[in-house]
Write a protein that binds this ligand. Sequence first.
Ligand SMILES: [Fe+2]
Length: 227
Amino acid sequence: MSELIVALPYGAVSPDEGVEKRLERFEAVRFDEPVIFPKPRVIGRIANREAFSAPHDHRGDFRLPFSIDPTKAEVKYEIPPGLAQLQEAIEIIAKHEHGNFPHEQRPAPTQADATIDQSIVEPGETQRGDRIHLDGHMGRWENIYLVSSSSPTEFFWTDEPACLKFRGMGLSGEIEKEGLEGPYVPGDYEIVLANSTVPHASPVVQEGGPRTFLRVAYEHSLEITGN
Ligand SMILES: [Fe+2]
């Protein structure tokens, strides 16, 4: 494990001003999943592209343990051996996550769940399957941060909250493209934050080539409301 210390932005330990509004909306729909930012947004961009996409054939899920020190306004991450190329991406993601969603307002997590996928994608193929799907679990939601070196993930949205429209759909469910808005496609090396209830898919690539994909997910829970 190598250590990454990320200085948190000013105000990172102050209340998350958006949380009340999101919880009100959750109460309004009276469903076990919250309705928060239905559209994805870019929160940063990787500068050292060569490092991020260095081909090492990494594929699989891994954990990113972290600990927050509010007195020093910093968070310490443990990066698994061999994954130092993700350091810049993790730093940008950590700054945004801990800066905007202070851990005091939800059960303090001690790790993020991550996935890396490095492969050569053939023309007309997808790296991770073209099924439009949701991430996350029932009764809670995740902030998911995604970045790809090429052919970025495509996102979709609907005129009603996806968590209501597709309620009861398991993680293995496939969502019909018909009736969805989008796709929204970020740029290469742009880090996107989406709620886990936002439908998304790995795109079919036109010209084949290497693709490095990173996903970092933080669980957010409703337990802070007493539910
Ligand atoms: Fe996904």
